[in-house]
Write a protein that binds this ligand. Structure first.
Ligand SMILES: O=C(O)c1cc(=O)[nH]c(=O)n1[C@@H]1O[C@H](COP(=O)(O)O)[C@@H](O)[C@H]1O
Length: 271
């Protein structure tokens, strides 16, 4: 999917919502545990009730790896279900990978070719040769961790080298890499005050913004400081939507939470 098509979907659905499929068997409704594949059953129910309200799904791979082969199978069924039934939805493998070049190439093959995700989150710490193997896949997107939502973001990301914060260097330097047009960037919703300055460095790129909902980020500030002329935002909420209820009506409850965010986004898109 191209970024142009992603913007078209945002305008059509009046939503720049990304739903995080971070499935924890301790949190899903207990009746699903009787299912042969509880993770997929949970995801399918959430997807069936929310697909018209969001433009992206983001399974965080840790929540699947934690359950071994069963988890990987559920992940494969989930991505296949989205691709077959809702091919217009942008998919993000939140895997936070990145390694020496030949290893990154294998990570890229796993998520872009085998699982057929549209994009993957990647850590920039190992530099150009660790990220370019992901960027070489045409039609796929690499979402680089830039200024993250967690308290530990202060440990390295805001430290200054030559007067510039490390995350600003990540933005500037990554723009010089081969196929940098395939880059998007992760900025936490809890860092909304830095978005205007980030927009000065990457005015045209899409930003993935996690951290609204459970982590307390503010959607209005994200919109105010982060939008660009193509919208340029994907705002993620995981727990705030998928665990809205632990009863049998969990998928309807998730739909209502997604609808609340979509309606706020619809109003923002009118401005
Ligand atoms: O890359 C991410 O998606 C990510 C980056 C970041 O800075 N902060 C962050 O919370 N995330 C992910 O976004 C999701 C947030 O989940 P909730 O806090 O439940 O909405 C989790 O899957 C996190 O791993």
């Amino acid at each position: 999917m191209t970024t142009l098509q992603l913007t078209e979907q945002i305008l059509k659905k009046k939503s720049f919502l990304c739903i995080g499929l971070d499935v924890d068997l301790d949190k899903i409704p207990q009746h699903l545990l009787k299912d042969e594949d509880p993770i997929f059953a949970f995801n399918k129910a959430i997807i069936d009730t929310t697909h018209h309200l969001c433009v992206a799904y983001k399974p965080n791979i840790a929540f699947y790896e934690a359950y071994g082969i069963k988890g990987w199978k559920a992940l494969q069924k989930t991505i296949n279900y989205i691709n077959e039934n809702h091919p217009e939805i942008f998919t993000i493998a939140d895997a936070k990978r990145g390694d020496i070049g030949n290893t990154s190439k294998m990570y890229a093959k796993a998520f872009f070719e085998d699982l057929n995700f549209d994009s993957i989150t990647v850590a920039p710490y190992m530099g150009k040769d660790s990220v370019e193997p992901f960027l070489s896949f045409q039609g796929k997107h690499t979402i680089l961790l830039t200024l993250t939502s967690n308290p530990g973001a202060l440990d390295f990301q805001v430290q200054k080298i030559d007067q510039k914060a490390f995350y600003q260097q990540v933005l500037e330097i990554s723009k010089t890499w081969s196929n940098s047009g395939n880059l998007m960037y992760v900025v936490g919703a809890t860092q909304a005050e830095s978005l205007s300055e980030i927009r000065e460095i990457v005015p045209d790129s899409f930003l993935l913004i996690p951290g609204v909902g459970a982590q307390g980020g503010n959607l209005e500030d994200v919109w105010k400081y982060g939008k660009n002329s193509n919208v340029g935002l994907l705002v993620n909420s995981s727990r705030g939507i998928i665990y809205a209820s632990s009863d049998e009506n969990f998928a309807q409850a998730a739909k209502l939470k997604a609808k609340e965010l979509q309606q706020q986004m619809e109003e923002m898109l009118k401005t």
